[in-house]
Design a binder for this molecule. Structure first.
Ligand code: CTP
Length: 405
């Protein structure tokens, strides 16, 4: 799937000598699939592990190795590739190339190109533990970090030598996520905090039981990812999720509605946009037993009490949150969608409400897609077609951008 951040971007992928070079082929493939134009430069050592042909095949562009064998007439490749790149990644990064980059050496096509490169740089070191832990390597890594390079990994685990320890290259998905984070910097939400609530709250009955609902948390996660991709600081206050936590998003795990309320209110002063995508339980058991409830003859009656309305409480203390410019709620309805949503927009003093009919097949709870209508405080509404939740998330945030002005 084409990716808004990577589509059309010129990405320089440096591959140095190491077993993990085979994983770099997967990274090159992922970058190309995301729509990036990927130029691969391998060191001589890297070609001992994987053939340049592999990278040419997955990137659709000739992989380069040698500084001296460029086609005649082509502009100096190391200058051209370096200066035109939107982003540079070196994965795997050997101890040798890491040292060269830190010292500014330029003795092969990759190091020369990176010396001429002004693009953001993502480095994924991979080497034996002793080499990585050597103070010289650490000093070089620190020097590169201080100059703005983003180091991903290395992680711990099985190493080529058979030993186990730190030095494994980060997984391609993680390197890709770091690259996307770097590309998002300077987006329209730069310097803004977007707090999103997600998931279905869990209201305890006893130490092992709780009342909850069918929310997957997908919509909230998609909103946090969209905020991150627009350059914002995304904070996800979430009940247990059935999807993975996104990279580059601050996770604040909570259980019950009361915990979620406290987590939201304590962060309100630094928040610019608040989006309530959580399915907050309206009621909680009035009594939480300290011990597991034992079955007895006859039925069990539970008494439930009202939970706080999180967005309602936010409305009540908005004056104490000077940065807060947009409060957005969701209305999951099974009937009278517009009327119910409009009533919640007014009652919770929201700026925007995202209304969806949860009875529609393929939309809403647990689904990957959603069909929503945005209703605005100022009046007016916008009905969006059925689309992927990531696209819905993007549209919701775009609708909030004018409120930040
Ligand atoms: N919400 C909240 N606190 C609650 C309940 C809901 O902040 N205790 C938020 C949700 O995150 C959502 C919006 O309010 O953004 C609407 O949630 P919904 O459950 O549809 O509305 P309710 O106010 O609970 O009304 P009802 O259940 O009666 O439809």
């Amino acid at each position: 799937m084409s990716d808004r951040l990577l589509a059309g971007k010129k990405v320089l992928l440096g591959v140095t000598g190491g077993i993990a070079a085979y994983k770099a082929a997967d990274l090159a493939s992922k970058l190309a699939q995301a729509g990036a134009q990927v130029d691969v430069i391998m060191t001589e050592a890297a070609t001992r592990f994987v053939a340049p042909l592999t990278f040419s095949a997955v990137s659709g562009r000739a992989a380069r190795v040698d500084m001296w064998s460029e086609p005649a007439g082509e502009a100096i490749p190391h200058v051209r590739l370096g200066t035109l790149a939107d982003l540079a990644i070196v994965a795997p990064l050997s101890a040798n190339t890491l040292a060269k980059l830190a010292l500014g050496l330029a003795d092969n096509l990759l190091s020369a190109t990176l010396l001429a490169c002004v693009a953001p740089l993502v480095l994924a070191p991979a080497m034996e533990s002793h080499m990585w832990l050597n103070p010289l390597t650490q000093a070089h890594a620190e020097a590169l970090r201080a100059r703005g390079a983003v180091l991903v990994g290395p992680g711990s685990g099985h190493l080529a030598s058979g030993a186990s320890g730190v030095g494994r290259m980060a997984e391609p998905a993680e390197i890709l996520a770091a690259a996307r984070l770097l590309l998002a910097q300077g987006g329209p939400l730069a310097g803004r905090q977007v707090l999103v609530t997600a998931g279905g709250t869990q209201e305890p009955l006893d130490p092992v039981r709780y009342i909850t609902n069918a929310s997957s948390g997908k919509m909230g996660v998609a909103l946090a990812e969209a905020a991150r991709d627009l350059g914002g600081r995304a904070v996800l206050v979430h009940a247990p999720l059935s999807v993975a936590l996104p990279y580059g998003v601050q996770s604040v795990p909570v259980g019950s509605a009361v915990e979620m309320r406290d987590a939201v209110l304590s962060r309100l002063a630094e928040t610019d946009i608040l989006i309530g995508a959580a399915a907050v339980a309206d009621y909680r058991p009035a009594e939480v037993r300290a011990q597991k409830i034992k079955k007895e003859a006859g039925d069990l009656t539970l008494r439930l009490m009202r939970n706080p309305d999180i967005l309602g409480e936010v409305a009540a203390c908005r004056r104490e949150a000077p940065r807060l410019r947009a409060v957005i709620g969701f209305a999951a309805e099974t009937q009278d969608l517009r009327a119910n949503a409009a009533a919640k927009l007014a009652a919770k003093q929201l700026d925007i409400i995202v209304a969806n009919d949860v009875t529609e097949a393929g939309s809403g709870f647990g689904a990957d897609d959603n069909r929503v209508t945005l209703l605005y405080r100022e009046g007016g509404e916008e009905s969006l077609p059925l689309m992927h939740k990531s696209e819905v998330a993007r549209r919701v945030l775009e609708a909030a951008l004018p409120l930040l002005a």
